[in-house]
Design a protein around this ligand. Structure first.
Ligand code: UD2
Ligand code: MN
Length: 593
């Protein structure tokens, strides 16, 4: 019997051991699907930063002239970054449906080649710049959730078409459990037919978890020296990669961002957004941009420090990313991660790192016209939770300026366990947040002071011609026309689409957005990103005549309305006429002093 007991123990042990191994194997096979909640330090495979490079400082011209000329010779719809303005009448319904589904015109995207050429919007001097010959390799990580297929495919092709093959190790796609099943199947078969398996890799999360989890999963799977993150609706421009990589090759604690151009959501035209700006935030934690001050750049091709990245498009060495602990993996769905990573980069970089915007690297991005996605969190305010996590961990006493602006919003928000994030902060001996405020973004407070300057007026803008009617944005944002809509019951505190503030900047801001009333070159009144520099966003309210006047004393244009129009475009600028009732308006609240 003793023998029997012994053998059964041995058998049991063998059985148990095999089971463990099998479980490990299963776990390993599922590895990319697992979102590890508690890893401390992830050692990347990267080897570039383990040894000395570029001692001879050899620089080369990285332009791929053959590819550039091939792209130039392409003809057809959408080539050279052109847009498509309209669709045949019988396709209009489908066109609208694909807009509603995506927040951009997916059918227009379908009509443009996935290999289309873009327009090179770089400063002409970028042609002359040579970059280090010995650059680190790259994994491009692209999370996607219900992206329109042709737009996603164009993103992948653009990356491959415009990246030096010796630098591009792989494109890592992470499907954030899109609910469009066909998307995943069609994508899989397209990838297997068009790309080598080890060049474009596809991972999938077990459940929709948001872009932060998706990026983390992609980053863990990545084998390149440098992680380049892109949104799933982007098109990198000519020679975009070497300028992003060189600063990282020189200092692995530098994170670089390309200039972001606009791919119009209506037409897919590739257009310029701006010629550089510094990213910051306001105290509602909206992402904001400041114009470049003289002194930030000697030449227009020089990189310059930017306090906060836009979020979606940037390059960082895997080594530095994981030293910083990646992203806080409890940030849910969307938002706040750009602050978390930006703060970490500036506060925990050992003294010589930072975020730099790179003018000679440009990438187009589709800014959606509307947000089409369902709320998977069933009303849980994940954005406030994300913001509170970031504020609690990183912003020290400055977090109060955020909470103060919206006490009701934050009072009952539970940020969850932040001890691990705090331990990273401690372990890396990160600087206090005052360093960010005083040294990294000192110009920010000029535009976004701790305490807001009192507004001249705010609330609904009510027509005196038809007092039941107010100005309304129809919840559309940039580049859109304003219209009229029945006034909200509370004129002092209407819903956001009717809540406007005439600020001390002398512009009219739309609540909870970064948009202001804006007069374009053609004299049309639109909404656009507030620039705080008056000019074409300068408005005044004349208490006596009740007119909203555009510009300084030299101007003679007033806000007027067309009562016949019920849709956008009903509000416009025209010659001031004190006797015209349609030019008379009242704000819900007016500061009489
Ligand atoms: C901006 C950033 C975006 C991110 C976000 C704040 C740019 C150009 N874009 O918003 O990268 O930093 O601010 O969080 O800087 N996605 C998922 N799962 C989701 C939702 C989104 O995988 O649940 C993907 C989506 O397919 C896209 C990326 O995440 O590839 C960013 O989402 P977005 O394009 O809707 O965000 P965007 O550009 O408005
Ligand atoms: Mn995006």
């Amino acid at each position: 019997p003793r023998f029997v007991i012994e053998t059964s123990i041995v058998f049991f042990l063998i059985f148990f051991f095999t089971l463990m191994v099998m479980m490990k194997v299963i776990e390993y096979n599922n590895e990319p699907l697992r979102v590890d909640q508690n890893f401390i330090y992830f050692e990347p495979l990267s080897s570039f930063f383990r040894s000395e490079h570029n001692k001879g400082n050899i620089k080369v011209d990285w332009h791929d002239y053959i590819a550039i000329n091939l792209e130039k010779s392409r003809t057809g719809p959408g080539e050279n970054g052109m847009g498509i303005d309209s669709v045949p009448e019988d396709e209009e319904e489908l066109n609208q449906r694909l807009f509603d589904e995506n927040g951009y015109y997916g059918l227009i995207s379908d009509k443009i080649s996935v290999n289309r050429s873009v327009v090179d919007l770089r400063h002409k001097d970028c042609w002359k710049i040579r970059y280090l010959k010995d650059l680190p390799t790259v994994s491009v990580v692209i999370p996607f959730y219900n992206e329109h297929l042709s737009t996603l495919l164009r993103t992948i092709h653009s990356v491959i078409n415009r990246s030096p093959p010796e630098l591009l190790k792989e494109v890592v796609l992470v499907n954030d459990r899109s609910t469009k099943e066909f998307l995943y199947d069609e994508l899989k078969s397209y990838l297997s037919q068009n790309f080598p398996k080890n060049l474009v890799k596809l991972f999938e999360l077990p459940a929709r978890s948001g872009l932060i989890a998706a990026r983390l999963t992609g980053a863990r799977a990545a084998i390149g020296d440098v992680l380049v993150f892109l949104d799933s609706h982007t098109e990198p421009n000519v020679n975009w990669l070497p300028p992003l990589l060189e600063p990282i090759a020189v200092n692995y604690r530098v994170c670089t961002c390309p200039f972001i151009d606009v791919i119009e959501f209506k037409t897919f035209e590739y257009v310029i957004q701006d010629e550089g700006s510094r990213g910051v935030f306001d105290w509602h934690l909206n992402y904001r941009k400041l114009e470049l001050q003289p002194g930030f750049q000697k030449r227009p091709t020089d990189l310059f420090p930017s306090p906060v990245m836009a979020g979606g498009l940037f390059a960082i060495s895997a080594k530095f990313f994981w030293e910083l602990g990646g992203y806080d993996n409890k940030l849910d769905i969307w938002g706040g991660e750009q602050y978390e990573l930006s703060f970490k980069i500036w506060l925990c970089n050992g003294g010589d790192g930072g975020i730099y915007d790179v003018p000679c690297s440009r990438v187009g991005h589709v800014y959606r016209g509307s947000m089409p996605f369902e709320d998977d969190r069933k009303g849980t305010d994940f954005l406030s939770i994300n913001y509170k996590r970031v504020a609690e961990v990183w912003m020290d006493e400055y977090k109060e300026y955020v909470y103060m602006r919206n006490p009701e919003r934050y009072k009952n928000v539970n940020p969850g366990d932040i001890s691990y994030q705090q331990s990273i902060r401690k372990k890396l001996q990160c600087k206090p947040f005052s360093y960010f405020i005083n040294k990294v973004a000192p110009d920010m407070l000029e535009y976004f002071p701790f305490i807001d300057y009192p507004a001249f007026a705010y609330g609904a803008i009510q027509s005196m011609y038809e007092p039941e009617i107010c100005i309304d944005t129809y919840a559309k944002d940039t580049g859109n026309e304003l219209g009229l809509y029945p006034c909200a019951p509370d004129l002092e505190d209407p819903q956001d689409t009717q809540f406007f503030t005439l600020r001390h900047f002398r512009d009219i801001e739309i609540k909870n957005t970064m948009f202001c009333f804006d007069r374009n070159e053609k004299g049309m009144l639109l909404t656009n990103i507030c620039h705080h520099h008056q000019g074409n966003q300068y408005f005044r309210y004349d208490m006596n005549t009740q007119q909203i006047r555009f510009g300084g004393d030299m101007n003679d244009e007033c806000l007027d309305m067309d009562i016949e129009k019920t849709e956008a475009g009903a509000i416009f600028l025209t010659k001031c006429d004190e006797s015209s009732l349609s030019q008379k308006w009242k704000f819900g609240y007016m500061n009489e002093t």
